[in-house]
Design a protein around this ligand. Structure first.
Ligand SMILES: [Zn+2]
Length: 468
């Protein structure tokens, strides 16, 4: 006797089964009202009554629209987002980690307010009243990400891995994630930024400011029907277009928290000089496309960060930029070349299809990519974009010498566990305190007694999360 129901081999019956699945999704959406009721009773969320009401309307109208247009993929995406919103409420309601989440909420709200609110409203696809919420999510200590969608959402969600709750100095990834949210939510911004980077790279290669060789790699001998082929300027333009989102998110980090954001970034990404090149199935069936992995190769990402710090607020962070350059030189002497190679992470079935890791696509002189990073920094800090209301990123909000002085003054109190260091009257904001944590954390590496060292780290975490 067969295990499967053969009636479902009929397309009509199959459709019935799919409709049943979709109907059940609809039932899940009915949790919305119950969860919003919980949110109203939850400290940290109760104040967002207007957003909660908007959220209820948002899910009701969007799911209705998805159902009536038969857009099941969208309906399922809505359910996926709903899960995150629901979890964000539950995490705060359950009270297991309310302190960390409340603090993280304050940090992202601070950055969100500085940037998203200064962009003309008609450019932003968030709801006018949008608030960011941090979701204590899964993933290892580096799994920070945002869930940006181009919809009128009343809440933005930023993922902070649970495993990083006791590493507050790593929360300097939060401004970067808020930067991703911005990129996804400002209409026309990605196209403008990518075009601007492309234009800068092309003209630099054309006028011989940057030397990039032509690239040709035939993958047919590896059983992949594909020849990767670029002239130099196409290659550099492709690389920076591919890196645009991550690079601009880094810039948002520096414009909010200054050099501290790069101190943490170094700890997370370190200094690798090899970069994955991805192969994937394109939109045309049978056509294999290729692209750089989207995070700038760590060595160049360090260089980009240092250059951005030199540019912002008229070079007032040069001393810290020099210190970061010294650290980079000490830990990762400048490599001669940056190697781009097909990765096991390639979406085309990975190593199983390719047969081996590391088929080289290109070797580019590091000195040339450094020049390109300096050009990218200029575009990302100083160029004006229509999508930003004619402003540059720096004009939305910069990190000044005064900001750095506030940060410097917070290092001792955070290291020493002093309450009450966030004094709004003196211009101290959550982002300043966040920046100070990574400098405080560095101090414990001078301590010999491991028990005392552990205590200091705990004090930094607690002081920050309890008093911001
Ligand atoms: Zn990122």
């Amino acid at each position: 006797m067969a295990t499967l129901n053969s009636k479902l081999n009929d397309i009509q019956k199959w459709k019935e089964l799919q409709e049943e699945n979709q109907r059940r999704v609809e039932v899940d959406i009915h949790e919305v009202e119950r969860v919003i009721d919980l949110a109203r009773k939850t400290p940290g969320l109760a104040a967002y009554e207007e957003n909660l009401r908007a959220m209820s309307v948002f899910f009701a109208t969007e799911t209705k629209a998805a159902r009536s247009s038969g857009n099941w993929a969208y309906l399922n995406a809505l359910v996926g987002w709903w899960d995150l919103y629901r979890e964000s409420v539950m995490q705060r309601y359950s009270g297991v980690t309310p302190v960390e989440l409340r603090t993280a909420d304050k940090v992202v709200a601070n950055i969100f307010d500085r940037f998203v609110r200064t962009i003309p409203g008609n450019q932003v696809s968030y709801s006018r009243i949008a608030k960011p919420l941090v979701y204590g999510g899964e993933g290892g200590p580096s799994a920070y990400f945002s869930i940006p969608r181009t919809l009128q959402r009343p809440f933005a969600i930023i993922n902070l891995p649970h495993t990083a709750f006791d590493h507050v100095w790593r929360w300097l990834a939060l401004p970067h994630e808020t930067g991703h949210d911005l990129y996804a939510s400002v209409r026309g911004l990605p196209a403008e930024v990518e075009d601007a980077l492309e234009t800068a790279m092309r003209s630099a290669v054309q006028n011989s400011e940057v030397q990039i060789p032509d690239v040709t790699v035939d993958l047919n001998p590896q059983g992949i029907p594909k020849i990767i082929q670029y002239i130099g300027e196409d290659f550099l333009a492709t690389v920076w277009r591919g890196w645009a989102n991550e690079a601009q998110a880094d810039v948002i980090g520096y414009l909010n928290c200054g050099a501290a954001a790069l101190v943490t970034l170094q700890q997370i990404i370190e200094f690798r000089e090899q970069h994955p090149w991805l192969l994937f199935q394109g939109t045309t069936p049978g056509v294999i496309e290729d692209a750089p992995e989207e995070h700038p190769v760590p060595y160049i990402r360090n260089v980009l960060g240092i250059e951005v710090l030199r540019l912002i607020d008229g070079g007032s962070h040069n001393a810290l930029a020099d210190e970061l350059q010294t650290r980079l030189d000490a830990l990762a002497p400048q490599p001669t070349e940056i190697v781009f190679a097909i990765s096991v992470f390639s979406q085309l079935g990975g190593a199983n299809v390719i047969g081996q890791n590391g088929i080289e696509v290109a070797r580019i002189q590091t000195s040339e990519l450094i020049k390109s990073a300096k050009l990218a920094a200029k575009v990302l800090v100083q160029q004006n974009f229509a999508a930003l209301g004619g402003n540059s990123y720096e004009q939305l909000g910069t990190f000044t010498a005064g900001d750095q002085r506030i940060v410097d003054a917070l290092i001792d109190p955070i290291y020493g566990g002093e309450a009450g260091f966030v004094n709004e009257a003196q211009g101290v904001e959550p982002r300043h305190a966040l920046a100070a944590t990574v400098f405080a954390f560095e101090r414990i590496f001078g301590l010999k007694d491991p028990v005392y060292r552990e205590q200091r780290a705990a004090i930094i975490n607690e002081t920050f999360t309890h008093f911001v």
